[in-house]
Design a protein around this ligand. Sequence first.
Ligand code: HEM
Length: 197
Amino acid sequence: MSNPQTIHPIWLRLTHWVNVIAVVILVMSGWRIYNASPIFSFQIPAGITLGGWLAGALLWHFAAMWILFINGIVYLLLNIFSGRIAYKFFPIRPTDVFHDFLAALRGKLAHADLRQYNALQKLAYLFVVLDLVVLVLSGLVIWKSVQFPLLRELMGGYDSARIVHFVCMALLVAFTVVHLVMVALVPRTLIAMLRGH
Ligand code: HEM
């Protein structure tokens, strides 16, 4: 970026916040869709779901899905072609991950320079991006099962694609909870993600 003070370029901040809105809508409407035909022996409390009924929830889910999909492509393309992905997320050395994990357990994980992610952040962010890719792909199988036979078979069939979709959602929610705790512990990062510097 031209401004040396910039920690997060404008496109990164925009795609991050658009992604947050899309993810919240997708998860909450997804829970409503799940309740219409649960795979496990529990239901999600209706009060934290979105859409009111199955058809309403599906409308929210598809609308937010397109936002997430297009936003995700923009994020990935800009990250790859600007070279940002290489210097922000790589290399991830297993020894650094181990070291940062121990430091986190002792409450001593350093994040002094907001321009650089520590090894746990690199791993967590790459993980959630991959998780979102698998969520979209398994969603495609559930939505257009007949049109995506190869993808369907890779997921182990229609029924297991639903389980893959659910498990990825649960991992996404788990990431988000940990992510929010980390942001609360280092609030300066939030200012940087809002203002860029
Ligand atoms: C209200 C909810 C959220 C808040 C307040 C928030 C805040 C932040 C902040 C402050 C950072 C920068 C961290 C740093 O500089 O150390 C960040 C980065 C990131 N967040 Fe979030 N986040 C939220 C939700 C989410 C969700 C739901 C996802 C994914 C599904 C997500 C994915 C990411 C990723 C992938 C990065 C790294 C982006 C990059 O550098 O390419 N966040 N977030």
